[in-house]
Structures are given as structure tokens and as C-alpha cells.
Design a protein around this ligand. Structure first.
Ligand SMILES: NC(=O)c1ccc[n+]([C@@H]2O[C@H](COP(=O)([O-])OP(=O)(O)OC[C@H]3O[C@@H](n4cnc5c(N)ncnc54)[C@H](O)[C@@H]3O)[C@@H](O)[C@H]2O)c1
Length: 254
């Protein structure tokens, strides 16, 4: 049975992706520092979808733990068909407030961990006949909020493109999804502080709403599926149109 590893699997997007991949028949491994939450989600997935679902406790900011994670998947399932690099963290928004420790923490989680997991997973994906890597980036790579966050997510798209070229001959496809501001706990503080950001994103979208974890999971599951068999090195914007430049109002519609 095909196996998918989802980092940050106890979070909103990770859990939604795990549920959708399970409904597509994947066994799923949810790797998260929030182990109890991951265990509970796995129990629900086993009950609802009848596939294997296991939680791996891991701190992805630790390079050695990233390497051990792929070993644990290999030991348990003997194969890997899909790696979803989903876990991420934010940092200080303005350049004047960036401190080097925080910068390094954001890059370790958002860029170094995905790179290490791709490196470690490559032989296992190849031995499984190929597969799909999906990196969860962000719309911020287009214009940015957060210096370390934007830099790390832009780097993740660079990683996606270079690995699509390098791993294609192993039949490994590498793509990214770039969500905009989502209605998930990741943004709880911003929404609570009522900075107006959530409302701005709602207004910016031609669809007039914020995205959900399930919206992002749909794109991840598509990229993991044979329906995306000739798509690699690409970025799917799960942004409700907020990636488009706003158009000035024109009375003649031109
Ligand atoms: N929510 C948004 O608005 C939004 C927008 C664009 C991109 N994204 C990206 O989507 C991804 C998922 O976001 P989400 O909204 O589901 O976030 P979330 O906070 O719900 O989930 C993140 C998960 O990562 C886990 N995690 C944190 N630190 C960890 C560590 N050191 N080791 C292992 N696991 C760790 C958390 O426990 C949590 O379960 C992130 O990469 C984020 O940058 C989110």
C-alpha cells in the first residue's frame, strides 16, 4: 500500500491532507512535535478510512531527528510514495526586529528540514518506483509578510524547482503549493489582534473568502495523485485569486 509522510501532521493543513490522502488509499505517517494531537488524528483516520495511520514524535528543527524520521518510515512501511513538507513557523515581520536566533529557527524549520527530508527520502522514494514531494510554501513568496518567513518560503520554492530537475530521472515529482492567509489556528494571534489582515485578504480575493485547510489539502492530494503525473517543478497557488495583481476599475470593462 502506498505510504505518505506528512510533517506538521497534527496541524490544520497537515491533518486535512492526511485525511484526504488516507481517503485516496495511502497509509499515512503524521510527523509532529505535538504527538498526542497527532495520535488522536491517526486514531480517527484509522476508524474513518481503514488505512494504517501512525504518529511519529519529532522536532523538525533538529537535523538528526529529520534523518531518523525517514528511517522510521522505512522500518515500518518499507516504502515511501509521498512526502509532504508541511510544518512551518513564522517570525518577526520587519527587518529592524529580526534577531539572528529567530531567523535561524525559522529557516531551520521551513527550509533546512524539508531539504534534509528530501535528501533522506530520495533513495526510498526511488526504490518505491518514484513518487511525489509536495512542499507547502506560501503566497508570501510573491510579495511577503515576515522577513524570515518570506525568505524561507521563497527558498522552499527554489528547492522545489531544483529538486524537480534533479529527481525527475528517478520518477520523483516535486511541486509546491502556495496558500494565502488561511482561516486556521496558525493565524489565531493575528485574527485575535484584529490587525485587519484577515479582512484585507477576504476583500482581495475575487472569491470573497479566506482559504481553509481543506482547500490546501485538495491541491496536495491532487499533486500526490496520478492525475498530476506530468506535473513537476510547479507551484499551485491556493489563494482564491489573491496572487493576481489587483486591476484598476474600468468603466468600459477594457
Ligand atoms: N495558515 C496559513 O494562513 C498559511 C498560509 C500560507 C502557508 N501556510 C503554511 O502551511 C503550513 C501549515 O500551516 P497550518 O496553518 O496547518 O499550521 P498549524 O500551526 O496548524 O500546523 C503546524 C504544525 O507544525 C507543528 N510543528 C511546529 N513546530 C514543529 C517542530 N519543531 N517539529 C515538528 N512539528 C512542528 C505544529 O505542532 C503543528 O501541528 C505551514 O508551513 C505554513 O507556513 C499557512
Amino acid at each position: 500500500m502506498k505510504t505518505a509522510l506528512i510533517t506538521g501532521g497534527a496541524g490544520a493543513v497537515g491533518a486535512a491532507a492526511a485525511r484526504l490522502l488516507a481517503s485516496d488509499g495511502f497509509s499515512v505517517v503524521l510527523a509532529d512535535i505535538a504527538h498526542e494531537r497527532a495520535e488522536a488524528i491517526c486514531a480517527a483516520i484509522r476508524r474513518d478510512h481503514g488505512v494504517e495511520a501512525v504518529a511519529e514524535a519529532v522536532d523538525l528543527s533538529d537535523p538528526a531527528a529529520c534523518r531518523r524520521l525517514i528511517g522510521a518510515v522505512e522500518q515500518r512501511f518499507g516504502r515511501l510514495d509521498c512526502l509532504v513538507n508541511n510544518a512551518g513557523k513564522t517570525g518577526a515581520p520587519r527587518i529592524g526586529a529580526v534577531d539572528l536566533t529567530a531567523w535561524n529557527e525559522v529557516l531551520a524549520m521551513n527550509l533546512t528540514a524539508p531539504m534534509l527530508l528530501c535528501q533522506e527520502a530520495q533513495p526510498l522514494l526511488k526504490a518505491s518506483g518514484g513518487g511525489s514531494i509536495v512542499n507547502v510554501a506560501s503566497r508570501v513568496y510573491l510579495s511577503g509578510t515576515g522577513v524570515a518567513y518570506t525568505s524561507s518560503k521563497s527558498g522552499l520554492i527554489g528547492l522545489t524547482r531544483v529538486l524537480a530537475v534533479q529527481l525527475g530521472p528517478d520518477n520523483i515529482r516535486v511541486n509546491a503549493v502556495a496558500p494565502s492567509f488561511l482561516n486556521t489556528p496558525f493565524n489565531k494571534k493575528i485574527v485575535e489582534e484584529d490587525s485587519g489582515l484577515a479582512a484585507s485578504f477576504r476583500r482581495m480575493s475575487p472569491l470573497g473568502r479566506l482559504g481553509t485547510a481543506e482547500d490546501v489539502a485538495g491541491a496536495i492530494a491532487f499533486l500526490a495523485s496520478p492525475r498530476a503525473s506530468f506535473i513537476t517543478g510547479d507551484v499551485i497557488h491556493v489563494c482564491g485569486g489573491t496572487q493576481l495583481a489587483p486591476q484598476p476599475a474600468a468603466s468600459d470593462g477594457g
